[in-house]
Write a protein that binds this ligand. Structure first.
Ligand code: ATP
Ligand code: MG
Length: 550
């Protein structure tokens, strides 16, 4: 008896199709093969994370394979720098490819296949310019006009195509077109260009070629040569599927890869097009491709967003056939949820104000949960003392009603320590608060409070005797929100999206490993890093949950 495993339950329409293909005997589950096909003309962004989730995730689910396929048919924009960055980003996200290949690996075969199409009367060399081809293509309501070169003989086509390859013609002087149907209701089928002349050096093949295949023609061939069974792509390729199939059928591919389209990931206030991201980098609006405000994977990584949270987000938004837009706050909620469960807690204060406990002498060590949601993470000790810092926003000289933080004559609890009372605020000549003279309530120790004093406010603090200086970086979206929708992106640019504030932090943060994420109590989720010997705490995501509030 052969070992028949039950098929995995389909989580989306793509897996339903694959299950049907398996059930009909077209392939075994472990033969499922996909590919992730980036063009190396920029860095990957969060939209690509969805594509990877679909391509690598589907292959993993069936025990099949997913290749990394670099679509490098457009030599003028591609660079090795991007190839290396793409590889690093895929690994960061946690995926492994079965095989790495390039469209350019297959250029010889793609060329041979073009000769075959010519010999079978399915392709011809056309002398019309790109402009003329566009103008004779017709419209959705009118058929196109056949090229006067459409009926060249096979011999003439073969000779001209070879001459194109040998460099006899200038860019755009000739091209190779598939001979399909100028009256097709699908514009992509109206004798599409499949090879163009381009005297450009290629980042891998150098000057070997001066003709390059077009994406729509090269892609089905590369899929087939790699053994791809299901070619998963985004919705804008739906209209190109007839051409994808035409190439496969004309060249007799068996088994022919099957193209399936799914919806792109769109996120509010987030522009993902590489062209736009490149512009931000080139014009110096951001610090680079990995700026923490960028939606690139390098940016997310540098921001301190865990790869697991990105994968979780992709799995929750699901795979659908219809385009839609996801709220950016939903992505943040996924990140926050992950960090809440996994990040250590620590304390830092912004715009620090000095507090002196006039009646407290000595020193003690207080216990803090490393992460209260994860008892296994244990406890750690924090030194308490006479001289402390609190956050500038936790004291007010002129408090509004219902102000539960510190005010003159008022009480507040210091996190995991004592209740304190502010007796006096020492001000300089300009009225700035220089120091708060406070007294503490000895019997109010957290966990064994017998003071009977009820306080509503609990604030974080840092021991002044050992505090580390820190630079705190906070971020807002690069684009201002929906009120500005429809306006040009340059007008929507938020020029104050990066804010830098001075802070004091626990020495624990200074000693932590670089890149580690923390929940800074009452402040937000921050990544610790060290730049030129300076402690930098950079915001990953705020504490507040805007998504669930809606
Ligand atoms: P961009 O428009 O940002 O340059 P692209 O589609 O040109 O993106 P490619 O490098 O060609 O980028 O993309 C590799 C794969 O990732 C393609 O299969 C593409 O469909 C997919 N992809 C790109 N953007 C998204 C997105 N926002 N959501 C889902 N998949 C995407
Ligand atoms: Mg592209």
């Amino acid at each position: 008896m052969p070992d028949i495993k039950p098929l995995p339950e389909a989580a989306n329409f793509i897996e339903q199709i694959i299950n049907e293909d398996i059930a009909s005997g077209k392939l075994r589950p472990d033969q499922v093969q996909t590919r992730f096909p980036p063009e190396p003309n920029g860095y990957l962004h969060i939209g690509h994370a969805k594509s990877m989730f679909v391509n690598f995730g589907t292959a993993l689910k069936y025990g099949g394979k997913c290749n990394l396929f670099f679509d490098d048919t457009n030599p003028s924009k591609e660079k090795t720098e991007f190839v290396d960055a793409i590889r690093a980003d895929i690994h960061w996200l946690g995926y492994e490819w079965a095989r790495e290949c390039y469209a350019s690996d297959f250029f010889d075969t793609i060329y041979e296949y073009a000769l075959r199409l010519i010999r079978e009367g399915k392709a011809f060399v056309c002398d019309l310019s790109a402009e003329e081809i566009k103008n004779t293509r017709g419209t959705l309501t009118e058929p196109g006009v056949e090229s006067p070169y459409r009926n060249r003989s096979v011999e003439e086509n073969l000779r001209l195509f070879c001459e194109m390859k040998e460099g006899k013609y200038k860019d755009g002087e000739k091209c190779l077109r598939a001979k399909i149907d100028m009256a097709s209701p699908n514009l992509n089928m109206r004798d599409p260009v499949i090879y163009r002349i381009l005297h450009a050096s290629h980042h891998r093949t150098g000057d070997k070629w001066c003709i390059y295949p077009m994406y729509d023609y090269a892609h089905p061939i590369c899929d087939y040569l790699q053994g791809v069974t299901h070619s998963l792509c985004t919705l804008e390729f739906e209209d190109h599927r007839p051409l994808y199939d035409w190439v496969g059928i004309s060249l007799g591919f068996s088994p022919k890869p099957r193209q399936i389209e799914f919806a792109r990931l769109n996120i509010t206030n987030t522009v993902m097009s590489k062209r736009y991201l490149k512009k931000l980098v080139e014009e110096g609006d951001v610090h680079g491709w990995d700026d923490p405000r960028m939606p690139t994977l390098a940016g997310l990584r540098n921001r301190g967003i865990p790869a697991a949270a990105v994968r979780d987000f992709c799995s929750r938004i699901g795979v659908a056939k219809a385009n839609s837009e996801c709220e950016y706050s939903y992505f943040e909620a996924c990140v926050r949820e992950y960090l809440n469960a996994n990040a250590e807690r620590a304390m830092a204060v912004l715009d620090p104000v000095k507090v002196t406990l006039t009646d407290y002498e000595g020193e003690e060590e207080l216990e803090f949960d490393v992460n209260p949601l994860d008892p296994a993470a244990g406890k750690r000790k924090v030194k308490f003392g006479k001289h402390l810092y609190i956050d500038g926003s936790d004291f007010s000289l002129d408090p509004p009603p219902k102000y539960f933080r510190l005010k003159k004559g008022g009480y507040v609890r210091l996190k995991n320590a004592y209740i304190i009372r502010c007796d006096e605020a020492v001000q300089d000549e300009e009225g700035n608060v220089k120091e708060l003279l406070c007294s503490y309530v000895p019997e109010s120790h957290s966990g064994s409070d017998t003071s009977g004093i009820k306080v509503k406010g609990v604030i974080q603090w840092v021991n002044a005797d050992e505090a580390a200086e820190a630079e705190l970086r906070q971020y807002e979206s690069l684009l201002r929100d929906a009120d500005y929708a429809g306006q040009d992106f340059t007008e929507r640019m938020n020029r104050e999206s990066e804010k830098i504030v001075a802070a004091k932090a626990e020495p624990y943060l200074a000693q932590a490993e670089d890149g580690k994420a923390f929940q800074l109590l009452r402040t937000g989720y921050y990544k610790k890093c060290c730049e030129d010997g300076k402690l930098v705490l950079s915001e990953i995501v705020s504490l507040k949950d805007n998504f669930n509030k809606k």
